[in-house]
Design a protein around this ligand. Structure first.
Ligand code: SF4
Ligand code: SF4
Length: 364
């Protein structure tokens, strides 16, 4: 269907390696070269990733160094970057310019849910993107989605021109009532859409597992738990692409090994993911994927994802309560600085009750 896409694994440019607050371009250059030399060619960015630095890194490390036929580039229309219909086209043109390309292979309506979908409709973005496709500036129309399956069904019924759906699919969220991985996948398949997977390792939560969950995979062989998570996501028949936001060369090399040659999970391996899911759930972590969308809107610059990461180490029994309290208190901006405006909750794709969680952390 997408004949230029090579292999089923894509470089998500959301968590690039950083040095002193800037993208480590030298390392990203090496990662891009390694990725392309290994026969992969799909790259995914968005205007807000790493506070705008992802798109710039894509230009510096990819589009200015490789001819246009060597890579597939996906970008996104994020509703928090426009207020009116008039602002949509200038935003798109700006994205093309920053990325240094004349078209995007895939352009996604970003993080759609019931609320943002209404905003897109009000701002006529579906019509605008249809026109961009007719002009050749967008090759394929897609959407990424964070809401319940019935909403996805409604959107795909109303917008049949959408060719591809990007979903959060991982073995932990398979039957999660908020994420609804499997139900959303079934809806996409029912509409005949191909699927791109995001968050196959749930922001890193499926990389370092609790010891009992790790044992389930260790019993199968030497491969790391993360490799099962990636293969799990890629094993769904309608999935043609799995994205991973790789933060360093080591991760990239390990993931390349996992995904080429790609072998779907067998029954025994699938059973291990079922067992691991049950074990991980007992730890009650905050389901933050460190996407940092909330950082874009928080007026107090509360480091929400970092505070939650500290708490999750405690939830996994890797730190004591005292150590956790000390770490939480060491942040310059603390959980107690939250003014409960709720803006973060309006944008969080994981529907986390951020204010409530921060209040609990502040008490700690
Ligand atoms: S509710 Fe708190 S953490 Fe969320 S955006 Fe407002 S101030 Fe920031
Ligand atoms: S709290 Fe939500 S929006 Fe913020 S980083 Fe975590 S998952 Fe992303």
């Amino acid at each position: 269907m997408f004949e230029n896409v090579k292999r089923n694994f894509g470089f998500g440019c959301m968590r690039l390696p950083m040095v002193d607050g800037e993208v480590d371009l030298a390392q990203v250059n090496r990662m891009v070269d390694t990725f392309i030399e290994a026969g992969f060619n799909y790259f995914d960015t968005a205007h807000g990733y790493i506070e705008g630095k992802s798109e710039k890194a894509v230009k510096a490390c990819l589009t200015s160094r490789y001819s246009r036929d060597r890579y597939i580039l996906a970008n996104k229309l994020s509703d928090w970057f426009f207020k009116t219909e008039e602002e949509v086209l200038p935003l798109f043109e700006q994205q093309l310019e920053i990325c240094g390309v004349e078209y995007f292979d895939f352009y996604l309506f970003h993080a759609l849910n019931r609320n943002s979908y209404q905003k897109h409709k009000n701002c006529n973005t579906f019509e605008i993107v249809n026109r961009l496709k007719a002009e050749g500036k967008v090759k394929h129309i897609a959407l990424s989605f964070h809401d319940t399956a019935d909403i996805l069904d409604m959107i795909l019924t109303e917008q049949p021109q959408v060719e591809v759906v990007q979903l959060q699919i991982n073995y932990l969220d398979y039957d999660d009532p908020a994420v609804q991985s499997k139900k959303c996948y079934d809806v996409a398949a029912k509409h005949g859409k191909k699927v791109i997977v995001m968050e196959p390792v749930k922001g890193g939560a499926l990389v370092n597992l609790p010891p009992e969950a790790e044992k389930e995979f260790a019993a199968l062989g030497d491969a790391a738990p993360v490799s099962y998570a990636l293969r799990y996501a890629a094993s769904y028949p309608e999935v043609f692409m799995v994205l991973s936001g790789m933060g360093n060369m080591e991760m990239m090399e390990s993931n390349i090994k996992t995904m080429h040659p790609f072998v779907p999970l067998n029954e025994q391996e699938l059973a291990a993911t079922d067992k691991a899911r049950e074990i991980i759930r007992q730890y009650n972590q905050i389901p933050c994927t460190k996407c940092r969308y909330c950082a874009e809107v928080c007026p107090k610059n509360v480091p929400i994802a970092d505070l939650f990461a500290v708490y999750n180490e405690y939830a996994l029994a890797r730190t004591t309560k005292k150590e956790t309290a000390e770490k939480l208190a060491s942040f310059e901006v603390k959980a107690s600085d939250c003014i409960s405006c709720g803006k973060c909750e309006g944008i969080c794709p994981q529907s986390i009750k951020i204010r409530e969680k921060l209040q609990n952390l502040a008490k700690m």
